[in-house]
Ligand binder design. Structure first.
Ligand code: ADP
Ligand code: MG
Length: 606
């Protein structure tokens, strides 16, 4: 075929394909135009998943009559004039492509009246060609109706998913815009039924209650902006809500990020959120989060993606750290102890607006109104309560205990109220009383947490790990494993495992961490190496972490081990000063809490 310039209509259809992938893309562009026009009420109506009809009405500024035709021309925009404007974009649109693209692949009717003019205009276009323009009476604002989407691009039409899938995309999109613009009243009607609305109260919390339901929302924690970590970093404000660790999902898709009012996909920032839950959420589970990230427009390049779904930051590390710090701060500060009644691992319908599955993981139905109880640590400042024990920062480890305490009690501020040990149940749980009720503590999980934090503190202080030297223990590995071990000798040594090559695939174990002195060294080393090999612990960021977790797990008191009163007290005293006392390093809870009110209710004392 000879080279030829494509006819305009064909070129327009190709270009449209970039911007308009599916019905939800039309909805997105029309909502963005309405928001750019300053609307505070936006109604979206959709039939047949958007295939037959999409109508978006707004009460924004409208388009002047003499510009209406131009609005449909490619690269016609009122939002940008010179290249330099691209560096400080504050509108959602800027390329002047959306109306042209939509018109290229559908039948569009746009009715608008500019707020300064008395008459409105109706314009119709079909398959990229103008059909009619006429004056009309209309309220101030704009209504765009898109019919028969992709009627002239059968290939695209074929690739559309079922109506219900397209509907879901649309609902998700509208919900997200409602979150980013809580001051705007959104209403979504699909197939004649209202599917979602927001009140326009200006409060993100109100939108989230509509989007998630009150049950889910009440397990979310507010994320507040923090001052920048360093003065030389650009200011990045992070505001929003993130789930308490007990509320989590099987994938990352419930982490929603907005940058300057634009919903974006960003793997790195998503990871920043996930990482903030490090050791607080079980492996393979992910938080829900809705975060508004604000920074100066010149810090963000929004012109890098056809549908503007991705952005580029001038200082990505600063943004990453701001997100991670803000979320971590919220989670560590507010995470409540799982209440006795709520199954901390209860699963939640994966639907965006899903109703909660009314059963915990163990199949136990949830009692209506179950709520986790927020502990008010301020109420437990040492010295306030009569039965308070002396400050226990230097609480001596009982001499006759079998509990390895690692490096001694960490000198950290208290993170739990003072707990009084009552006894042990089933050689597994410690029963304790605190000012806010009864606590059941999993001895193994709690001890794992203590050892883990002690190890990490020791590493931060660059102290060597105490070791137990051994006479002659050798371990043999499979060839591939032996190679891994040979490569990891330094890493292993850093954590107290001194191995040396002993010919072939055999290694001599020279030392193990002192914490593990009473265990069979060969078994311990094999377990650690197995952890290094497996990819089963995605929550652990590094090999090193896996190794530390394994050591802690191995060294921690086991379920089934009877503890003396002193041992239990020693354990609780240390737990009270862990940074994250409520979960083990693998993210499982270390304790359950029954408040005084719960007890009263259960005994019918109310
Ligand atoms: P862009 O949004 O990138 O400028 P569009 O093709 O989406 O490009 O819109 C072209 C122009 O039409 C906009 O710049 C704006 O001036 C006008 N316009 C489109 N939709 C609306 C609306 N709902 N209200 C007011 N003006 C609108
Ligand atoms: Mg636009």
């Amino acid at each position: 075929m000879p080279i030829r310039v494509l006819p305009d209509v064909v070129a327009a259809q190709i270009a449209a394909g970039e911007v308009i992938e599916r019905p939800a893309s039309v909805v997105k562009e029309l909502i963005e135009n309405a928001l750019d026009a300053g609307a505070d009420t936006i109604t979206i109506e959709v039939d047949d998943g958007g295939r037959r009809m999409i109508r978006v009405s707004d009460n924004g500024g409208g388009i002047p009559a003499d510009e209406v035709e131009l609005a449909f021309a490619r690269h016609a925009t009122s939002k940008l004039q010179v290249v330099d404007d691209l560096n400080r974009i504050t509108t959602l649109g800027f390329r002047g492509e959306a109306l042209a693209s939509i018109a290229a692949v559908s039948r569009v009717t746009l009715t608008t009246r500019h707020h300064d003019e008395v008459a409105g205009t109706t314009i119709q276009a079909e398959g990229g060609e103008l059909r009619s323009v006429r004056a009309t009476g209309a309220p101030s604002g704009t209504v765009v109706e898109v019919a028969n989407l992709f009627f002239n691009t059968p290939a695209r039409l074929k690739f559309l998913k079922s109506d219900s899938t397209e509907r879901r995309h649309i609902t998700q999109l509208v919900t997200r815009y409602a979150m980013a613009y809580p001051q705007v009243r959104f209403r979504l009607v699909q197939e004649g039924r209202e599917q979602f609305h927001s009140t326009g109260s200006g409060d993100l919390a109100d939108v989230l209650v509509e989007a998630f339901g009150l049950d889910t929302f009440s397990d979310m924690l507010e994320v507040s902006p923090l001052p920048p970590a360093r003065a030389d970093l650009p200011e990045v404000e992070v505001y929003g809500f993130t789930s308490a660790p007990a509320l989590n999902r099987a994938n990352r898709s419930h982490i929603v990020l907005f940058v300057n009012g634009r919903a974006i996909a960003d793997q790195s920032l998503t990871y920043a959120v996930v990482q903030a839950y490090h050791t607080l959420i079980p492996n393979g589970r992910y938080p829900l989060a809705v975060l508004m990230i604000s920074l100066a427009p010149q810090e963000v390049d929004v012109n890098v993606h056809p549908t503007k779904a991705e952005v580029r930051f001038r200082a990505p590390d600063a943004v990453f750290s701001a997100v991670q710090r803000a979320v971590r701060n919220a989670v560590v500060a507010q995470a409540p102890v799982p209440s006795m009644q709520g199954d901390p691992y209860r699963d939640v319908d994966e639907g965006w607006r899903g109703s909660r599955t009314e059963a915990g993981r163990g199949g136990r139905p949830l009692v209506p109104g179950e709520r986790q109880l927020q502990m008010d640590l301020d109420a437990f400042t040492p010295g306030r309560r009569a039965h308070q024990r002396p400050d226990t920062a230097a609480f001596p480890r009982p001499a006759d205990t079998d509990i390895p305490s690692g490096l001694g009690a960490p000198a950290r501020p208290r993170t739990l109220p003072v707990l009084r040990v009552i006894g042990q149940v089933g050689a597994m749980y410690i029963v304790a009383e605190g000012p806010a009720g009864l606590y059941l503590i999993d001895q193994h999980a709690a001890h794992e947490r203590i050892l883990y934090e002690q190890f990490m503190a020791q590493q931060a202080a660059m102290e060597p790990v105490a070791q137990q030297t051994l006479a002659s223990v050798t371990v043999e590995f499979a060839p591939a494993t032996a190679q891994l071990v040979a490569e990891s000798l330094d890493l292993l040594a850093k954590w107290g495992f001194v191995l040396e090559e002993f010919g072939g695939t055999t290694f001599r174990v020279r030392a193990v961490p002192a914490l593990l002195a009473d265990q069979e060294p060969g078994d311990v080393v094999r377990a650690v190496v197995q952890d290094l090999e497996s990819e089963q612990d995605p929550g652990a960021a590094t090999l090193e972490e896996r190794l530390v977790r394994r050591v802690c797990k191995t060294a921690a008191v086991k379920a089934g081990q009877t503890l003396s009163f002193e041992e239990m007290e020693g354990l609780i005293r240390q737990l009270e000063r862990c940074e994250s006392p409520r979960t083990c390093p693998h993210g499982r809870p270390t304790m359950l809490h029954i408040s005084g009110e719960d007890l009263a209710r259960q005994f019918g004392r109310e």
